[in-house]
Design a protein around this ligand. Structure first.
Ligand SMILES: *[C@@H]1O[C@H](CO)[C@@H](O)[C@H](O)[C@H]1NC(C)=O
Ligand SMILES: *[C@@H]1O[C@H](CO)[C@@H](O)[C@H](O)[C@H]1NC(C)=O
Length: 819
C-alpha cells in the first residue's frame, strides 16, 4: 500500500468553496485558522500527516508555551501532535472503511488548542481510500436446485459481492467462469451492484446433473482485487423421458399344456429419468388378456395365469405398458405362439352302422362308416385306425378322417353268430393317444346247411313177433342253421320191400325221427330190409339229406320142431318092423324133424320119452336114429310103442312128440293081427268138441266187452287231443293221428296206445285181456331208441299127454283186437 502525500494547497484548491465557508466561520469565532490535510488510509504509525507549525505559522516555541494539544472530543485519537517538531503524525492506523464506512469524503476533524493566549485551530484530515479490500461474498458457495425443465431466460439472483472500498476501489463488476449455460446479468439497485444469472440453454439432467460455476467479483483498484464464489447447480430431474421398451417385440412359444405360473418372457423397459420418474411399472392393457396372462408390476415377468388351448387360440398378442410414475409410458408387444401338445385323443363318430347282416353277404360289404376327429395338429392329429385281431373284417380309409368297416371274407353264422368288432384309433403324437369303440354285429342265418345224420347209416334189430307200432329206434339229424332253418323233419322215402311199399313195414315220426314198426315181423318170412329216411329242414328252399336204415329181424323160437317122418296119420297105424333076429344096434328107423326157426332155435335133439320096453331101444340124441340096444328075444312083445320127443335148443325150447310104432316080428301078418285092436279114442274126440263150443262162447262174450271198452277209451282220447293239440311249428308235414298205409308214408306223427290181445294158441283162441299194467297194453315212448325188448310169448307146451297135432303147428301170433 503506497502512501500518498497530499499538499494542503492542493486540497484547498480542490475544496475552495468549502474552505471559504470555513474561513468565514473562523473569522466570526475564536478560530484563527482552518487547515486541511489529506492522507491515505492505512499509513504507518508515526507517518507524517502535515507540518502544522509551518502551516499555521506558529513557531515551535509558541507551540511549547502554548501547550499545544489536540482535542478530538470523544473520538479516537488517530493523530498526535509532535510539539518538538511541530508535526502531525499518525498515532493509530487509520482504516477508512472503519472510520467512515461508505461515506465519502471521510475526514477526521479535530482542534489544536493553544493557551496563553488561548487559541484554537481546526484541523481536518481527509482520509483517502486505498484499495485495501477486495470484493467479497458472504458465502463462498451458493447452491441451486433447478429443474431441468426450467425455461430458457429464467433468472436466478446471485448473492451480490461487497467491497467496502469506495469509488474505484469498490466493486466494479462480475464475471462467471466459462459457461455456455448461463450468462450474468448485473444490475444496480441504487448504488448496489447486484447480479443474476440467466439460463441461456436448456438444462438436461440426463446429460449433466451438476454444474459448478465460479462467480468472480472485481473492483477497479490498482492492482485489481477480486472475490469469488462457487455456484453449485444441481439439475433436478423432470419426467422428461418416457420409458422405452428394450425390444419392440417379445416373441415366445409356450406349450398348450403349460401349468399356471409358467414364466413366458420378461419385458423390460428403461427410463432415463431417475427416481419416481424412472420407476417403471408394467401392466397388460388388453382387455381379456389379463385372465390368461399376468405381468409382474415390478420386474416385467410375463406369466401364464390360465389354461391355453391350442385348438382354440394359437396366437396371442398382448400389450404390456411400461409406465413411469409421471405418466409416461411405452407399449411393449408380446407375441405368444401356443405350441400344440397331444392332448386330444381321436374322437370316433359312428355315422352309420348296421347291427345285423346276413351271413351270405359278399366280402367288401360296408358295415359302418366312421368319422374320426383329432383337433391336434400335425402328427398329433394324424389318426390311423386298426381292428382288434379280427380276420373277417377290415377297416379302410376312404378319405381324410373317414373310415369304413367292411367285411373281408365270407361270414358264417354257424362259426360265429356275433362279433364284437373293436376299432381303435390312435394319433401319431408322442405319446400317442387313442380311443376305441366296439361294434356288436349279429350275423343272421341263411339256410346254408343241410341236416346231417349222426351216422352215415343205421342198423337196427328187432325181434320178430313184435307189437305193431313198436318203436324200433330213432334216427337223428342235426342242422347247424338256426331256428326254422334248423328245424328237421323226417320223411320215409318211398321204396318197396318184396314188392310191398316200405311204408307198410315201418313209419317215421316226422318230428322225433322215431321209427316204428307198422306190422309184426316174421323172421321166417323176412330177415332184413332197408329203406331211406330223409331229413329235411324248414328253410326256404329246404335242404335235405338221407340215410340208409337197415332193419334186421331177429329170430325167436316161435316154431316147434316139425316131424316129417314118421308121418303121423290120424287113424292108420304105421309100424316099423324089427326082425327078431336083429342085432344090437339095429337101425329101426330115423325120426326126421325140421324147425323153421334158425340157429339154436332150429337145433333139434331127440329123446325117448316113453317106451313099451325102455331097455330095447334108444334114440340118437342128435340124429333121431332109433336103434336096438340089446338082442331081441322072443319074449319081447310084437307091439312096441315109442314116444320120441323132439326139442329145439331155443330158450325156452319148443318140442314136438312123435309116436313110433315098432313091430317086433318076423312076418307082416303077425304084425297086422297085433295092430288091428288099437283102441280108437272116440271119447276123447267128443270131449274136445264140447270144450271148443264152451271156449267159443266165453271168447265171444269177452270180445264184445273188450270192444266196448276200447271204443270208449278211443273217443275220450280223441276229444282230449283235439283240445290240447297245438302245433307252433309251421311247415311240418301233418299226418293224421293214426298210422295208415293208405297215405303211403307210413309215418307216425304221434304216440298211440295200441291195445292188443294175444292169442296163445290159435286152436284154443284164448284171448287174454290184460288189466292196467299188463303187458298187453303198450305205451310207446317216443324217446326210446333201438329195439324194444319184449317178453317172449309164453311157450305153451302142448304137454306130453296131448295128442300130437297133425300138420304144422300154427305159430303164436299177435293180433289186433277185433282184427
Ligand atoms: C360281445 O360283447 C357283449 C357285451 O360285452 C358280450 O355279452 C358278448 O358275449 C360279446 N360277444 C362275443 C362274441 O364276444
Ligand atoms: C340220398 O342221398 C344221396 C347222397 O347222400 C343222393 O345221391 C340221393 O339222391 C339221395 N336220395 C334221395 C332220394 O334224395
Amino acid at each position: 500500500m503506497g502512501i500518498r502525500h497530499h499538499r494542503c494547497g492542493q486540497c484547498l484548491l480542490c475544496w475552495a468553496p468549502l474552505w471559504q465557508l470555513f474561513i468565514f466561520a473562523l473569522l466570526i469565532s475564536n478560530v484563527i485558522g482552518q487547515i486541511r490535510y489529506s492522507i491515505p488510509e492505512e499509513m504507518k504509525k508515526g507517518s507524517l500527516v502535515g507540518n502544522i507549525a509551518h502551516d499555521l505559522g506558529l513557531d515551535i516555541k509558541r507551540l511549547k508555551s502554548g501547550k499545544a494539544r489536540i482535542y478530538t472530543g470523544e473520538g479516537t485519537e488517530y493523530i498526535e501532535l509532535s510539539k518538538e517538531k511541530g508535526l502531525l503524525v499518525i498515532k493509530e492506523r487509520i482504516d477508512r472503511e472503519t472510520l467512515c464506512g461508505q461515506t465519502t469524503p471521510c475526514a477526521l476533524d479535530f482542534q489544536i488548542i493553544l493557551e496563553n493566549p488561548m487559541q484554537f485551530y481546526s484541523i481536518t484530515v481527509e482520509i483517502t481510500d486505498i484499495n485495501d479490500n477486495s470484493p467479497g461474498f458472504k458465502n463462498n458457495e451458493m447452491k441451486f436446485e433447478i429443474s431441468e425443465t426450467v425455461q430458457i431466460g429464467s433468472k436466478f439472483v446471485l448473492e451480490k459481492a461487497v467491497d467496502i472500498d469506495v469509488g474505484i476501489n469498490g466493486l466494479q463488476g462480475y464475471s462467471l467462469s466459462s459457461s455456455d449455460t448461463f450468462t450474468l446479468n448485473p444490475y444496480r439497485i441504487g448504488s448496489s451492484r447486484n447480479v443474476e444469472m440467466v439460463l441461456k440453454k436448456a438444462l438436461d439432467r440426463e446429460k449433466q446433473e451438476r454444474l459448478s460455476l465460479v462467480l468472480t467479483a472485481t473492483d477497479g483498484g490498482d492492482p485489481q482485487l477480486s472475490g469469488t464464489m462457487q455456484i453449485v447447480i444441481t439439475v433436478l430431474d423432470a419426467n422428461d423421458n418416457a420409458p422405452v421398451c428394450t425390444q419392440a417385440e417379445y416373441r415366445t412359444n409356450v406349450k398348450e399344456n403349460s401349468l399356471k405360473g409358467t414364466a413366458l418372457t420378461t419385458v423390460s423397459a428403461s427410463d432415463a429419468d431417475e427416481g419416481r420418474h424412472g420407476h417403471i411399472e408394467y401392466t397388460i392393457t388388453n382387455e381379456g388378456a389379463t385372465e390368461l396372462f399376468h405381468v409382474d408390476k415390478e420386474n416385467g415377468v410375463v406369466t401364464l395365469m390360465g389354461n391355453l388351448d391350442y385348438e382354440k387360440f394359437r396366437h396371442y398378442e398382448i400389450d404390456v405398458q411400461a409406465s413411469d410414475e409421471g405418466g409416461n409410458s411405452d407399449v411393449c408387444k408380446v407375441i405368444i405362439e401356443v405350441l400344440d401338445t397331444n392332448d386330444n385323443p381321436p374322437a370316433i363318430n359312428i355315422m352309420s352302422a348296421s347291427s345285423r347282416i346276413s351271413e351270405d353277404v359278399k366280402p367288401g360289404t360296408v358295415l359302418a362308416m366312421m368319422n374320426i376327429q383329432d383337433p391336434d395338429s400335425n402328427d398329433n392329429g394324424k389318426v390311423h385306425c386298426i381292428l382288434d385281431e379280427n380276420v373277417y373284417f377290415k377297416i379302410t380309409s376312404t378319405s381324410n378322417n373317414f373310415f369304413t368297416l367292411v367285411t373281408d371274407s365270407e361270414l358264417d353264422r354257424e362259426r360265429s353268430s356275433e362279433y364284437n368288432i373293436t376299432v381303435t384309433c390312435s394319433d401319431e403324437g408322442v405319446p400317442s393317444l387313442s380311443s376305441s369303440v366296439t361294434l356288436t354285429l349279429q350275423i343272421s342265418d341263411v339256410n346254408d346247411n343241410a341236416p346231417v345224420f349222426e351216422r352215415s347209416s343205421y342198423e337196427a334189430y328187432i325181434v320178430e313177433n313184435n307189437t305193431p307200432g313198436l318203436s324200433i329206434f330213432t334216427v337223428k339229424a342235426r342242422d347247424a342253421d338256426w331256428n326254422q332253418n334248423a328245424r328237421v323233419s323226417y320223411i320215409l322215402e318211398d321204396s318197396s320191400v318184396n314188392g310191398v311199399p316200405v311204408s307198410s313195414y315201418v313209419s317215421v315220426s316226422a318230428d322225433s325221427g322215431v321209427i316204428h314198426a307198422v306190422r309184426s315181423f316174421d323172421y321166417e318170412q323176412i330177415k332184413d330190409f332197408h329203406f331211406r329216411v330223409k331229413a329235411q329242414d324248414g328253410g326256404s328252399p329246404p335242404l335235405s339229406s338221407n340215410v340208409t336204415v337197415k332193419i334186421l329181424i331177429q329170430d325167436q323160437n316161435d316154431n316147434p320142431p316139425q316131424v316129417l317122418y314118421p308121418v303121423q296119420t290120424g287113424g292108420s297105424v304105421v309100424a316099423e318092423m324089427v326082425p327078431r333076429s336083429a342085432d344090437v344096434g339095429y337101425l329101426v328107423t330115423k325120426v326126421v324133424a325140421v324147425d323153421v326157426d334158425s340157429g339154436q332155435n332150429a337145433w333139434l335133439s331127440y329123446k325117448l320119452q316113453k317106451a313099451t320096453d325102455r331097455a330095447l331101444f334108444e334114440v340118437g340124441l342128435q340124429n333121431g336114429e332109433i336103434r336096438t340096444i340089446r338082442q331081441v328075444t322072443d319074449k319081447d312083445t310084437v307091439k312096441q310103442r315109442l314116444t320120441v320127443i323132439v326139442e329145439d335148443n331155443g330158450q325156452p325150447s319148443r318140442s314136438a312128440t312123435v309116436i313110433v310104432n315098432v313091430a317086433v316080428a318076423d312076418s307082416f301078418p303077425e304084425v297086422l293081427s297085433e295092430f288091428t285092436d288099437f283102441p280108437h279114442d272116440k271119447e276123447y274126440n267128443d270131449n274136445l268138441t264140447f270144450y271148443l263150443v264152451l271156449a267159443l262162447a266165453v271168447v265171444s262174450f269177452l270180445f264184445i266187452t273188450c270192444l266196448v271198452v276200447i271204443i270208449s277209451v278211443k273217443i275220450y282220447r280223441w276229444r282230449q287231443s283235439r283240445i290240447l293239440y297245438h302245433s307252433n311249428l309251421p311247415v311240418i308235414p301233418y299226418y293224421p293221428p293214426r298210422y295208415s298205409d293208405t297215405l303211403g308214408t307210413g309215418t307216425l306223427q304221434h304216440v298211440y296206445n295200441y291195445e292188443v290181445c294175444r292169442t296163445t294158441d290159435s286152436r284154443k283162441s284164448d284171448c287174454k285181456f290184460g288189466g292196467a299194467g299188463s303187458q298187453n297194453v303198450l305205451i310207446m315212448d317216443p324217446s326210446s331208441t333201438g329195439t324194444m325188448q319184449f317178453p317172449l310169448p309164453e311157450n305153451t307146451d302142448p304137454g306130453p299127454e296131448r295128442q300130437p297135432p297133425s300138420g304144422p303147428v300154427p305159430s303164436p301170433d299177435w293180433r289186433l283186437c277185433g282184427g
